[in-house]
Design a protein around this ligand. Structure first.
Ligand code: ADP
Ligand code: MG
Length: 250
């Protein structure tokens, strides 16, 4: 098998005396969509933040195409791994278009003309091309998140990380964001998605990871994890969703 795009080995991270990630091993191949599920506080965001180097691991290694990122060009790596946050993190006082242009200008040194053209392509893809001049604060939550996704795509990431991208949305806006993410998954983008949307994880992922108390407690295909979980904690966690999300659409 070819070298994974990202490989995390023996990753540990503590905050003060609390070890939040204990010896995590994880890798993702090109074009793979991996969903990470688990209770609040299990370390999902910390894992994503370590992968994106928003947090520096205490020990362990993270490689990108076989290169140790902690020893290499951090900024080059960061521009290859995009992130979409729960709370959008848009530039509040900027337009939709500028939100998607500024990073390209600053980090990738693209001309304004080129950056605008690329931004427009991605804003069109997420259905936001009619809002180019609108201020970020004027948008609905679903629109903000679609702009945040277009902004991330405008940087040509090889991997896109999503940290509960629909958790801050009103229920009626969740679908429009999940549709965009489904489309990206189909297009072959490599994605790691922390989510509580179990139906999405089930339908779209190649692989599902269940995190519990700072470890990967279970990992497998959606069928293995959702239909035949082995770990008692996975079973318990999933039982909380059975009545609602999964059965509704089955
Ligand atoms: P999840 O995303 O699964 O809800 P997190 O990775 O956010 O979990 O958090 C895991 C644990 O680490 C929690 O106990 C949380 O309180 C703690 N934690 C996360 N970030 C910090 C931080 N910056 N400082 C101190 N503790 C943190
Ligand atoms: Mg989190």
């Amino acid at each position: 098998m070819s070298e994974p795009v990202i490989r995390v080995s023996h990753l540990k991270k503590s905050f003060g005396k609390q070890e939040v990630l204990h010896d995590i091993d994880f890798s993702i191949n090109k074009g793979e969509v991996v969903s990470i599920i688990g209770s609040s506080g299990s370390g999902k965001s910390t894992l994503l933040r370590c992968i994106n180097l928003l947090e520096i691991p205490d020990s362990g290694t993270i490689t990108f195409h076989g290169q140790d990122i902690l020893k290499g060009d951090l900024n080059g790596y960061r521009s290859k791994v995009g992130m979409v946050f729960q709370n959008f993190n848009l530039f509040q006082n900027k337009s939709v278009l500028d939100n998607c242009v500024l990073g390209q200008r600053k980090v990738l040194k693209r001309s304004r003309e080129e950056a605008v053209a690329i931004a427009k392509t991605h804003l069109d893809r997420v259905g936001m091309s009619n809002f180019l001049d609108k201020g970020a604060t004027k948008l609905s939550g679903g629109q903000k998140q679609r702009v945040a996704i277009a902004r991330a795509l405008s940087m040509d990431p090889e991997v896109l990380l999503f940290d509960e991208p629909t958790s801050a949305l009103d229920p009626e806006m969740v679908g429009e964001v999940l549709e965009v993410m489904k489309d990206l998954a189909k297009s072959g983008l490599t994605m790691i998605v922390v989510t509580h949307e179990m139906q999405f994880a089930k339908d779209v992922s190649d692989r599902v990871i269940f995190m519990d108390q700072g470890v990967i407690a279970e990992e497998g295909t959606p069928d293995e994890v959702f239909e035949h979980p082995k770990n008692e904690r996975t079973k318990h966690f999933l039982s909380r969703f059975r009545q609602t999300t999964l059965e509704k659409e089955d």
